[in-house]
Design a protein around this ligand. Structure first.
Ligand code: BGC
Length: 869
C-alpha cells in the first residue's frame, strides 16, 4: 500500500520544457497501489530566488490546478514542490522545475540571418551560419533561444545542441513560429567560442502539396534566429557579423530527399545578411521531433530485376543511417518505398516524390544520417554500393514528435495485436510535428478529417494533447483570419493546385467539423476546460458563419468529401461512395451543433447553449423530413448512414434507434461482415454496433479477414494502417488509384473499440476522475490486457475467460484520486484506487459466429465465413 507522485507537469509541456505562460497550471500524477486513496488537500511550495512561498489548498484537485504564486517573469525559474495529502493521512511529494521562456516579443533582440537570396523557384541548398565570440568567463547559467524560418541543426563549439531533429517543425507560421530553449552552459568555454547552425528550407520554403506543389509558401529565405544569453546578458545573437558558407550537403528537400558529397568540406565563409525577425515566436507545448527508435535491417533482398533492397520489416518514418565507414568512389543512391510490388520497389504511390538520398563516397560515411528530409518507408533500394550490402551496414532511424506513450493493448488474438501495432505505427509516422494524412507522397499535410477521425484513439495511445491543442489553435487562427468562419481542410493551410497563395477554403463538412468535435474529444481525455475556452470562437464561427444553409438550416448541396474512401468508391473517385454526401454533412452538423450546446454549457454561455439546443432540435426535424421515411428508413441504404445516425443519436425514439440498429446489422450481415465505411463513419461502426446490442456482429466484422476489412491488411503483411481498405489488392498489385498510401491513420480509429470495448476502459467523466471499466469479450477472444495513463495515474484492465466462456476473471487497477464503476460479467461495483481481482459470471452477448445473409446462390456457391479465429 503505497502512494507516490510520479510526475509533476505544467500545462501540457513535456518535462523540462521552457514555458510560454507566466502562470502555468500544475498537474501531478500518482503511482503506487494505495487502496481507496483520495486526496484531501495539497500544498504547492514555489521557490524563486532562494525564497519559498507555500500554498495550502483544501481540494481533491490534482490536474491543471491554478498557479498559486505571483506570475513568472520572462526567463524566471522556479522550483515547484507538490505535496498531496490523502484522506487517510498519508502523503506524497514530488518536485519539478518551471522555467519561463521569453514571454514577450521584445525580450528578443536577435534578428534573423541568412545567406544571399536564392534565385526564384528553386530548391534551396542547406547552408551553414556561424558567429565567433569571446568570453572572459563562463557564465553560471546560459540559455540558447533558437529557431529558424526553415529547419536548423545547431552546434556550439562543435558539439550538437539538443536532440531535436527537423526543428522547429511545422506550424501555421503566419500565426506562430516555435522556438527551442537549451541549457548550453556546459558547452561554453573561456576565450573564443563558436555558435553555428545548418539551415535548410524545410516546410518554410520547401515544396509542399500535390500536383507539383508550391515553394516558398511562407518565405523564400531560410534563416536562423538565435539569442544566446548568459547570467542575464546576451552573449551572441543573430545580427550583423555572422558568416555563411556551403558544405557537404548539396541539397535537401522534405519530399525528394538529401544529397551529400563526403569529399566536400566547408567552403569560403562570407558575410551573412540580416533579415527581420518574425514577431510571433512562441515556446511550444508540442514535444519536439526526435529520433525515437532504431530498426535494424531484417533482410537484404535481390529483386527479380536484380536490384538490392533492404527490408527493415516495419513501415516507418525517418531515414537510413550509415553504420560503417564505406570506402570507394562514385555515388550511392538510396530510394525509399513502403511496399514491394511483385518483388520490386513500389514507388508509384509516391507520385512525383523522389524519396531518394544520395551519398558521394570518398570521405567519411560512418554515422551519416540525412539532416533535413524524411521518408515513409519499409524498403530501401541501394545502388552504387561498392560491395555487397550487409544487414549491418544500415539502420532505419524512426523520427516523430516525441510524445509520452500512454496506452497499451494486447489480447489472445495475434492478428488483432498486429492491427493495434499498425495503429500505433500509423500514429508514429504521421505526427512529425503536424498531424498528417500520410508521410510519404507529395502531401504529408494536416488534413483535418484524418485527425478528427483518429483523435480519440491517438489521444489515448500517446499524450498528443500539447501538439493537437496547438494545432487546433492553428485551425482557429487560419479560420478566423480568413473570415467566413470556415476552417481550412488542411492545417497549416497551403495553396491548392492552381493557386499561388493560401486561399480561404470552401466549406466542407466532416473536415471542418474538426473545429467542434476534436476539442471536445481532447477535453474528454484531459479534462482541460481551457482547451474548450480557446476553441470556442472557432466552434461558433464555423456553425454560425461557415456553413451554407438552406432555409431549414441544413447544408446546401455543395461539394463534400462525404464518407471518403468507403470501399465502394471507385479507385479514381474517392468521394463517390454509397452514402449521400449531403446526408453525411447534415448528420455531422447536428452532432456539431449539439457539441456546441454542450460546450456552451460547460463554459457558462447560457444564451448560446439555449440557442444551439433549439437549433439542434430544428435541424433534427429537418433531417427527419429530408432523410427518414415515416417507417424509419434512412435515405441512403448504407452502413455509414445508419452508423452516424445511431452514433450521433438522431433517432427520435428508442424503437427507431432499435430499428436502425437492426438495419445496420442487416447491412453488415448482408455485406458478409466486410467493412462498408469510409472516413466519416469508420470511427463509429463497431462502437455503434456494440452500443446497440450487436456486440458479436461488431466482433465478427473486426475479425473478418477478406478485403475490405481491418485484418485483411494484417493478413497482407501490413505493419501500418493503409489509406484504402485495398491499398494492396489481393493479387499483390498496388491499388490503381493515384491516391494510395500505406500509412494513413484514419481507419486506425478502430483503436477506440479496442481500448473501450475489448479493453473495457473509458472515461466516465471528462478527464478520467471517474472511470468506467467494463470489458466486453466477444468473437474468439479469450483474454485481453489494456492500460492507459490517465491524468491521475495508470488504469489497467486484464481479463480472461474460462474455457467454456462462463466465467470472466479480471485484475483491474484504479488510479489514486479516482473512482471507477467496474462491471466484470454480472458483477457491478463502485471501486476506489488500488488493484482489484474480480470475477463474474459471463455469457457471450449473442451467437458466435453470427451468420451472413445471402439472398441467392447456387448450391455449393454459399458465401463462406472467413473470420480470422
Ligand atoms: C488525403 C486525405 C484527405 C483527403 C481529402 C487525400 O489526398 O491523403 O487523407 O483527407 O485527401 O480529400
Amino acid at each position: 500500500m503505497s502512494i507516490s507522485i510520479s510526475k509533476v507537469s505544467f500545462e501540457h509541456y513535456e518535462p523540462g520544457a521552457a514555458l510560454s505562460t507566466d502562470a502555468p497550471r500544475i498537474s501531478w500524477r500518482f503511482d503506487g497501489d494505495a487502496k481507496d486513496w483520495v486526496q484531501s488537500s495539497y500544498e504547492v511550495a514555489v521557490t524563486r530566488n532562494g525564497k519559498t512561498n507555500t500554498f495550502k489548498v483544501e481540494s481533491s484537485d490534482s490536474v491543471l490546478v491554478p498557479w498559486p504564486d505571483t506570475r513568472l517573469a520572462s526567463r524566471e525559474r522556479a522550483t515547484v514542490s507538490v505535496t498531496a495529502h490523502g484522506k487517510d493521512g498519508s502523503s506524497a511529494t514530488a518536485t519539478a522545475e518551471a522555467e519561463a521562456a521569453l514571454l514577450n516579443q521584445d525580450d528578443w533582440s536577435a534578428q534573423a540571418v541568412s545567406r544571399p537570396a536564392f534565385p526564384d523557384g528553386v530548391a534551396k541548398r542547406p547552408f551553414l551560419l556561424r558567429r565567433r565570440f569571446d568570453l572572459k568567463a563562463v557564465p553560471k547559467t546560459a540559455r540558447l533561444y533558437i529557431t529558424a524560418m526553415g529547419v536548423y541543426e545547431a552546434t556550439l563549439n562543435g558539439k550538437r545542441i539538443g536532440d531535436h531533429v527537423l526543428a522547429p517543425g511545422w506550424q501555421a507560421y503566419k500565426y506562430r513560429l516555435a522556438y527551442q530553449v537549451f541549457d548550453v552552459a556546459p558547452f561554453l568555454k573561456e576565450g573564443e567560442n563558436e555558435l553555428s547552425a545548418w539551415v535548410g528550407e524545410g516546410w518554410w520554403s520547401g515544396r509542399l502539396g500535390f500536383h507539383g506543389g508550391t515553394r516558398d509558401i511562407w518565405g523564400s529565405r531560410p534563416s536562423l534566429i538565435a539569442q544566446l544569453e548568459g547570467d542575464g546578458h546576451v552573449l551572441a545573437q543573430t545580427e550583423e557579423g555572422w558568416e555563411w558558407a556551403e558544405g557537404h550537403i548539396l541539397g535537401s528537400e522534405l519530399y525528394d530527399g538529401e544529397a551529400i558529397d563526403t569529399n566536400v568540406s566547408v567552403g569560403e565563409w562570407k558575410a551573412a545578411e540580416v533579415l527581420a525577425r518574425p514577431q510571433n515566436l512562441v515556446a511550444p507545448q508540442a514535444p519536439p521531433v526526435r529520433r525515437t527508435g532504431f530498426v535494424p535491417a531484417r533482410e537484404i533482398i535481390t529483386t527479380p530485376s536484380g536490384k538490392t533492397v533492404i527490408d527493415f520489416g516495419q513501415n516507418l518514418v525517418g531515414w537510413v543511417r550509415w553504420n560503417k565507414q564505406v570506402d570507394g568512389t562514385g555515388t550511392v543512391t538510396i530510394r525509399h518505398a513502403e511496399v514491394l510490388e511483385h518483388g520490386e520497389l513500389g514507388t508509384r504511390p509516391l507520385r512525383v516524390v523522389k524519396a531518394t538520398d544520395t551519398v558521394v563516397l570518398g570521405g567519411q560515411t560512418e554515422g551519416y544520417e540525412p539532416t533535413f528530409t524524411f521518408h515513409g518507408f519499409r524498403y530501401a533500394e541501394i545502388s552504387g554500393f561498392p560491395r555487397e550490402v550487409e544487414t549491418s551496414d544500415f539502420t532505419a532511424v524512426v523520427v516523430h514528435s516525441d510524445f509520452e506513450r500512454t496506452a497499451h493493448f494486447e489480447s489472445s488474438h495475434k492478428e488483432l495485436n498486429q492491427l493495434y501495432s499498425n495503429v500505433v505505427w500509423g500514429l508514429r509516422g504521421n505526427f512529425v510535428s503536424v498531424p498528417t494524412d500520410c508521410p510519404q507522397r507529395d502531401e504529408r499535410l494536416g488534413w483535418t478529417a484524418d485527425l478528427m477521425a483518429f483523435a480519440p484513439t491517438a489521444s489515448m495511445i500517446y499524450d498528443v494533447t500539447g501538439l493537437v491543442g496547438e494545432w487546433l489553435g492553428d485551425v482557429a487562427s487560419e479560420q478566423l483570419d480568413y473570415g467566413k468562419g470556415r476552417p481550412p481542410f488542411i492545417v497549416p493551410n497551403i495553396p491548392l493546385p492552381g493557386q499561388t497563395q493560401i486561399q480561404p477554403p470552401p466549406p466542407v463538412a466532416v473536415w471542418s467539423d474538426v473545429a467542434t468535435i476534436t476539442p471536445l474529444d481532447l477535453y474528454t481525455t484531459t479534462g482541460d476546460v481551457g482547451l474548450l475556452r480557446e476553441q470556442w470562437a472557432s466552434m461558433k464561427a464555423w456553425l454560425d458563419e461557415g456553413i451554407p444553409r438552406t432555409e431549414s438550416g441544413l447544408w446546401k448541396r455543395v461539394f463534400q468529401f462525404g464518407d471518403w474512401l468507403d470501399p465502394r468508391a471507385p479507385p479514381d473517385d474517392a468521394a463517390n461512395g454509397m452514402t449521400d454526401p449531403t446526408l453525411v454533412a447534415d448528420a455531422y452538423l447536428i452532432h456539431s451543433v449539439r457539441i456546441a450546446a454542450k460546450v456552451a454549457g460547460i463554459l457558462g454561455h447560457e444564451e448560446d447553449k439555449k440557442r444551439y439546443q433549439a437549433q439542434a432540435e430544428q435541424l433534427l426535424d429537418a433531417f427527419h423530413a429530408e432523410y427518414v421515411s415515416p417507417n424509419g428508413r434512412i435515405a441512403s441504404d448504407s452502413q455509414c448512414a445508419y452508423v452516424i445516425a445511431l452514433q450521433f443519436q438522431l433517432a427520435k425514439s428508442e424503437e427507431e434507434a432499435e430499428s436502425w440498429a437492426a438495419t445496420l446489422e442487416r447491412l453488415v450481415r448482408q455485406g458478409i461482415f466486410k467493412v462498408g465505411t469510409g472516413f466519416a463513419s469508420t470511427p463509429f461502426v463497431l462502437l455503434a454496433l456494440a452500443a446497440h446490442e450487436r456486440l458479436q456482429v461488431a466482433y465478427r466484422m473486426l475479425q473478418e479477414g477478406e478485403c475490405p476489412s481491418w485484418l485483411y491488411q494484417v493478413k497482407m503483411g501490413a505493419t501500418t494502417m493503409w489509406e484504402r481498405w485495398d491499398s494492396m489488392l489481393p493479387n499483390g498489385d498496388i491499388n490503381p488509384g493515384e491516391m494510395t498510401s500505406f500509412n494513413h491513420y484514419a481507419f486506425g480509429s478502430v483503436g477506440a473499440f479496442l481500448h473501450e470495448v475489448i479493453g473495457g476502459i473509458r472515461a466516465l467523466e471528462p478527464g478520467w476522475k471517474r472511470i468506467a471499466i467494463q470489458p466486453r469479450p466477444g468473437g474468439t477472444l479469450t483474454d485481453a490486457a489494456t492500460s492507459f495513463t490517465t491524468p491521475y495515474g495508470s488504469v489497467t484492465c486484464r481479463w480472461a475467460l474460462n474455457a467454456d466462456r462462463t466465467i470472466i476473471k479480471a485484475t483491474v487497477t484504479v488510479p489514486p484520486n479516482t473512482t471507477a464503476e467496474v462491471t466484470i460479467g454480472d458483477q457491478v461495483q463502485e471501486l476506489g484506487s488500488g488493484t482489484h481481482v474480480l470475477e463474474g459470471a459471463w455469457k457471450d452477448e449473442g451467437e458466435w459466429p453470427p451468420a451472413p445473409i445471402t439472398y441467392f446462390h447456387f448450391p455449393g456457391d454459399e458465401k463462406k465465413s472467413t473470420y480470422v479465429a
